[in-house]
Design a protein around this ligand. Sequence first.
Ligand code: AFP
Length: 352
Amino acid sequence: MERQTSQPIGTPLEFCLRQRAAGSAQQAAVTDVILALCDAAQSIARLLAKGPLGGSLGAETGQDNSDGDSQKALDVLANDHVVRVLEPAPVRYLASEEEDAILTLREDAPLAVAVDPLDGSSNIDVNVSVGTIFSVYTASKEGASASFFRPGSEQIAAGYFVYGPHTALMLTTGDGVDLFVLDPDYRTFRLAQPALVIVPSTSEFAINASNYRHWLEPVRTFIDDCLEGVDGPRGKDFNMRWVASLVAETHRIFSRGGVFLYPADMREAYANGRLRLIYEAAPIAMLVEQAGGLAIDGTRRILDRIPTELHQRTPLIFGSSEKVARIQNYHTDPGYSRGQSPLFRTRGLFNA
Ligand code: AFP
């Protein structure tokens, strides 16, 4: 068997983070949290890599999480790994999709962490990429709720692990976005691409088209205009993707641009969309904005939204800045809605 003789490529994550943290106690604590989450991610990746040999990880446990979403075996196992690695870390409060309430880990610790331990779990049994999403705040002196019921713009770090053909970490600590990849030969995350930028324009959108009949007018009009392609008001053809795994969609948008939409719709259960504000939308929004993209709920910036409930849902539209700005126009500018005078049929004039 060929031995690894070449030197590994890419600066180790710990080296990168310790360099940035020099002189900052807060950034040193953030570094400890990120390295702890890397341990959990490697455990989760090993569980996923076993696939059906590890039992049916995508099987329903018969339990529901706090908001009625059915829990899969791996949702619970992933959450166990996250709690295990964060208990000794500098974390005072932990909010998790798989926990009914906020956990207090260490009263004297400086940070508050929100996590979706396993996002996309309905994809586990079909071997499609899933992920772990995390958000880091300073712990509030006002207590657990105040540590998370605040604008996402107050996050001091955010990221996700994506478990795909390779395991990767997309990370921001407030000064741009860097991509790290797990080197399985050394069991270390290494810098693969610094300072990522999301291209401002795109011809690709991601939405669950089976919900078409439930969408509100602005989203339906935007998608109709895209589907009309080169003959329609946009004057060009578009491509569609839907993986049903937020982290996989986000990773694609980082790699080639695009726009993701999980809007509110006319169903009562989806009046506020499907995705969670604190541990899904806010960390994704911080990453996206740090890379030059935009993230809104249709009309408002996600990072300006202030949650009032731990598992609160939100509509989420994010990605290439010119396209997200256009979608916001469909929501706020009546001139974008269908049925206007023929003049508005030439929206292609504003083609971004
Ligand atoms: P699961 O974790 O239940 O699979 O949900 C995944 C998710 O929260 C997000 O990752 C996807 O973008 C979205 O839901 C898919 O929702 P639909 O199944 O309604 O398309």
